[in-house]
Design a protein around this ligand. Structure first.
Ligand code: LLP
Length: 404
């Protein structure tokens, strides 16, 4: 049991707390599910890019799925070997492509014909052969929130099957390109297996048709997306997930790559915030806390549900219906609406659950608020893995004013 009160006393609030043992257990569960096949779990760094978190996975043998050169650099710093690093994203700049090739990562995941052209040109300039995969958009409805759905032609990601085939042929004929993998990612927070199976089947068929023309790919990258329980969702068991994917690969000897983010970190994370005030506006009751949308944006951006527990000293445990809001000057600054919470008092703590993925990383300094500290708990050890930002950190990069 994590002692949130003790941590809040020691490190202040708002505070992110990560259970490193939980992260390790999730990693092992998924890795085990693919036992018997060559596989790489490439942690999706965007979910939680704190260097200590990445290093924690690196020590377990994880790879990294990165979407900017900044993430690639983080992965290297955290000790992920080059041959387990993947670089994806629809808009890579020339400089990013160049650095990825120079760093000799596992492959660049290409998302358009135009990008393939840039990668080829830059590899040629560097007199290198760039390993690539192509992100295929299988046009499958993943049945998740539209903002995190990515595998439909309406979405900006990847290329359709016909274009993918053309691109593989081009890459195979190029002196500067080495097509080694194929990739798809249909969305995030997936709770149904069928769309994943369907997408894998489509992509595996493409692999077979490429095989037939002597283009042999080594890596079958199924992206991330495994859903977790925020509330009472039915989720996919890693074993069933692995079986569904493996079932589509009969006759193909490929290394499976998967890129989980949320599955590894979301339920390992807690956002701890302190109650400032209770407030009544007509019939509506608000609990105002010291954390805000700049710390944890998901409720404001996606209307996402996060379970919230009150650690209160108040006598009455009777529930009342409240909106839990932060100090930022936006009506959208809330953690929950019409939430049943016990009566809370000044300085009580609220623990917001499932905050370990897309929490801190989507934070900002809006309203000149410094971002929270981050703490890792592992066994009985507690470590501060990022210090709280103070005012000086926030203004450190601003120039002209100081030079007047
Ligand atoms: N691979 C690719 C190519 C991705 O685009 C993503 C997530 C992942 C892997 C990891 O997905 P995961 O396993 O975490 O579902 N901010 C949103 C989620 C955006 C996900 C973007 N891509 C949220 O808070 O729900």
């Amino acid at each position: 049991m994590i002692d949130f009160k003790e941590l809040a006393k020691e490190y202040g609030t708002p505070l992110y707390v990560y259970d490193f043992d939980y992260m390790a257990a999730q990693y092992t569960k998924l890795k085990e599910a693919f036992r018997g096949r060559k596989s790489i779990i490439a942690y999706a760094v965007k979910a939680n890019s704190n260097l200590s978190v990445i290093k924690h996975f690196a020590k377990m043998g994880s790879g990294a799925d990165c979407v900017s050169i900044g993430e690639v650099r983080r992965a290297f710093l955290a000790g992920i070997p080059a041959y387990k690093i993947i670089f994806s994203g629809v808009g890579k700049s020339d400089a990013e492509i160049r650095e990825a090739i120079e760093r000799d990562i596992l492959y660049i995941n290409v998302e358009s014909e135009a990008e393939l052209g840039r990668v080829e040109l830059i590899a040629k300039e560097l007199e290198a052969k760039a390993r690539i995969s192509i992100r295929v958009n299988p046009n499958i409805d993943p049945k998740t929130h539209p903002y995190i759905s990515t595998g439909l032609h309406d979405n900006k990601f990847g290329v359709d099957l016909e274009s993918a085939k053309r691109m593989y042929i081009k890459a195979n004929n190029s002196e500067s390109l080495d097509p080694v993998g194929i990739h798809f990612h249909i969305g995030s927070q997936l709770t149904e297996l069928d769309p994943i199976r369907e997408a894998a089947e489509i992509v595996a068929d493409l692999v077979r048709s490429l095989d037939a023309i002597d283009i042999e790919l080594k890596f079958f990258d199924v992206g991330g997306g495994l859903g977790i329980k925020y509330d009472d969702e039915t989720t996919i068991e890693p074993y069933d997930y692995a079986q569904a994917i493996l079932g589509t690969l009969t006759g193909l000897d490929m290394t499976i790559i998967c890129e989980p983010g949320r599955f590894l970190t979301a339920n390992a994370g807690y956002f701890v915030t302190k109650v400032l005030y209770e407030k009544q506006n007509g019939d509506k009751k608000f609990v105002v806390v010291d954390g805000a949308m700049n710390d944890l944006l998901r409720p404001s951006l996606y209307n996402a549900y996060h379970k919230i527990e009150a650690l209160t000293e108040a006598d009455s445990q009777e529930l009342q219906k409240v909106d839990i809001v932060g100090p930022v000057c936006e009506s959208g600054d809330f953690f929950a609406k019409d939430y049943m919470l016990p009566h809370v008092e000044h300085n009580d703590l609220l623990v917001i659950k499932s905050a370990g993925a897309y929490g801190f990383g989507m934070g900002s300094n809006y309203n000149t608020r410094g971002r929270s500290a981050e703490v890792a708990v592992e066994g009985s050890k507690v470590r501060l893995i990022r210090k709280r930002e103070d005012f000086e950190d926030l203004i450190a990069l601003e120039r002209e004013f100081l030079e007047d």
